[in-house]
Design a protein. Structure first.
Length: 199
């Protein structure tokens, strides 16, 4: 079964000192989204991987929706060439809006904000608030320690085994998006809420 995806929310780093391979991966993801006719939804930044991601999508004729809280809507931080800019009251409203309009979610390498956004959207899937695919572009093995931590959490009983299946991981933007189109939510997620016996 092929899933219908129109808008993809991408989380990634905004640091100005990111190494070239990560910047290239962000721009490449933007190119791939545009090539597929997918709308990019992201945090509206012009710096770091955020800027490269948006630029990559725009330079290939893609559509980009930026969602930003008022505190970050400054000339130093906001991208001025977007297809659409939505300015929200605060970070909570921004995250809720991005989740509301997106059909899928992708995390590229990033820092604390990226980790927080990824784990929040994973948690929402875990408890049944959405059933959209969630992907990680694992550039140069960046997310390997995080993936090991998730496996450890499951092995120690802090997660059910099906929770690991919520996350689609690949080191290729093309392969990752292909797999996200084919995604089916894992069976048994309701056990986390109703506390059915674990296998």
């Amino acid at each position: 079964m092929t899933r219908t995806i129109d808008k993809v929310c991408v989380y990634c780093g905004s640091s100005d000192v990111i190494h070239t391979p990560y910047m290239e991966a962000a721009r490449g993801m933007g190119h791939e989204l545009a090539a597929r006719g997918l709308t990019l939804v992201y945090g509206a930044g012009c710096t770091g991987m955020m800027g490269a991601l948006a630029d990559g999508c725009l330079e290939r004729g893609g559509r980009v929706i930026g969602v930003i809280p008022k505190m970050f809507n400054t000339h130093q931080l906001v991208h001025t060439g977007l297809s659409e800019l939505q300015v929200l009251e605060d970070l909570h409203a921004r995250k809720a809006r991005m989740a509301e309009i997106a059909d899928a979610f992708v995390a590229l390498p990033g820092g604390l904000g990226t980790f927080e956004e990824l784990f929040e959207i994973l948690t929402w899937a875990q408890i049944g608030l959405h059933a959209n695919p969630i992907g990680v572009l694992n550039v140069n093995g960046y997310f390997d320690p995080m993936l090991d931590l998730i496996k450890r959490a499951q092995s120690k009983g802090f997660m059910y085994v099906e929770h690991q299946a919520l996350l689609i991981v690949d080191d290729s933007a093309t392969a990752l998006l292909d797999r996200m189109h084919a995604y089916e939510p894992p069976q048994g997620l309701e056990r986390w809420v109703n506390r059915e016996e674990r296998p």
